[in-house]
Design a protein around this ligand. Structure first.
Ligand code: BJW
Ligand code: ZN
Length: 246
């Protein structure tokens, strides 16, 4: 017995040239990465909103680096799951395919996705507050406080915190893809954090895209989309690929 809604999405994908997929923390949940919201998202009683800000880093860089060290240690041994691999398969089958992820864990790249747009940066890169250079860094734990090898300045995680603007080039590119999307999948995101939370709506309103949400639970955006399919990304996405496969 197949999943009728997933089959419907597959038919739309087969009939389209341009597909955009937006992923959030939910796609990495089955790999063992904690999501941000809900009880999972807590670290020593802090919420992500208390730590993922420039103000928090300015006030207490040691605390923020301790949080990132904890997360780097947690993520380092983890592997992509069937949801990540299904998106690699999908990419091979669709001429104009764009993967945009809010995740900083690097698991889409690890799975083999060619060029995922990591709109919130990556936990595996650091950036100097002084000279602004960025460097790949996979040390776990990283030495607290880490210093720039070029100028000795304080290093920060190369991620996008609350209140910070996204790279304008990246944002521009994303809107270009959204404006020509025929199908969009919104996978494993609570759709609370802007601007990513508006991408599905933008694709629908500006491109008339068919937008399907794949999430373990319903979200506040479920009623807006063409389809809202409840289930685990690691199960739904492989089913979708099976239907798309000729
Ligand atoms: C499963 C599953 C399974 C589980 N299968 N599903 C307009 C209105 C109000 C506020 C703002 C606004 N515009 C901007 C703001 C401010 C702010 C914002 O949006 N705040 C909200 C809280 C309201 N946005 C910003 O500051 C952004 N910057 C910006 O807009 O610049 C311009 C500007 C500046 C100043 C003022 C105004 C404008 C930047 C946002 C950066 C977010 N950064 C973080 C941290 C990254 C670094 C790090 O990780 O260390 O990004 S926050 C955190 O949330 C992280 C995530 O990428 C992001 C989204 O979370 P996500 O992926 O949705 O995860 P969850 O946990 O929320 O949801 C998981 C979902 O998966 C759930 O739905 C589950 O059901 C599901 N799930 N298991 C399928 N197995
Ligand atoms: Zn520097």
């Amino acid at each position: 017995m197949g999943n009728e809604a997933i089959r419907q999405v597959a038919e739309k994908i087969k009939a389209s040239n341009s597909v955009v997929v937006l992923t959030g923390a939910g796609i990495s949940q089955e790999s063992g990465v904690p999501t941000f919201r809900g009880k999972d998202g807590l670290w020593k009683d802090f919420r992500a909103e208390d730590l993922a800000t420039p103000e928090a880093f300015h006030r207490d860089p040691v605390l923020v680096w301790e949080w990132y060290n904890w997360r780097r240690g947690l993520i380092k041994p983890l592997k992509p799951n069937p949801g990540h691999y299904a998106l690699v398969e999908l990419e091979k089958r669709i001429p104009d395919f764009t993967l945009v992820t809010q995740n900083v864990d690097g698991l889409h790249r690890a799975a083999g996705s060619k060029d995922p747009i990591e709109m919130h940066g990556t936990i595996w890169r650091v950036r100097c507050l002084e000279c602004k250079r960025s460097f790949e860094n996979r040390e776990v734990p990283i030495k607290i406080l880490p210093e720039c090898e070029a100028c000795g300045g304080l290093l920060r995680p190369d991620v996008v915190w609350f209140g910070e603007s996204l790279d304008t080039k990246i944002l521009h590119a994303i809107y270009t893809y959204l404006q020509r999307a025929e199908v969009m999948l919104v996978v494993g995101t609570s759709a609370i954090v802007q601007p990513a939370a508006s991408f599905g709506i933008v694709a629908k309103r500006t491109a008339g895209a068919f937008v399907a949400e794949l999430n373990r639970s319903r979200t506040h955006q479920s009623p807006v989309f063409d389809l809202s399919i409840q289930g685990k990304a690691g199960e739904l996405l492989p089913q979708l690929v099976d239907y798309v496969r000729p």
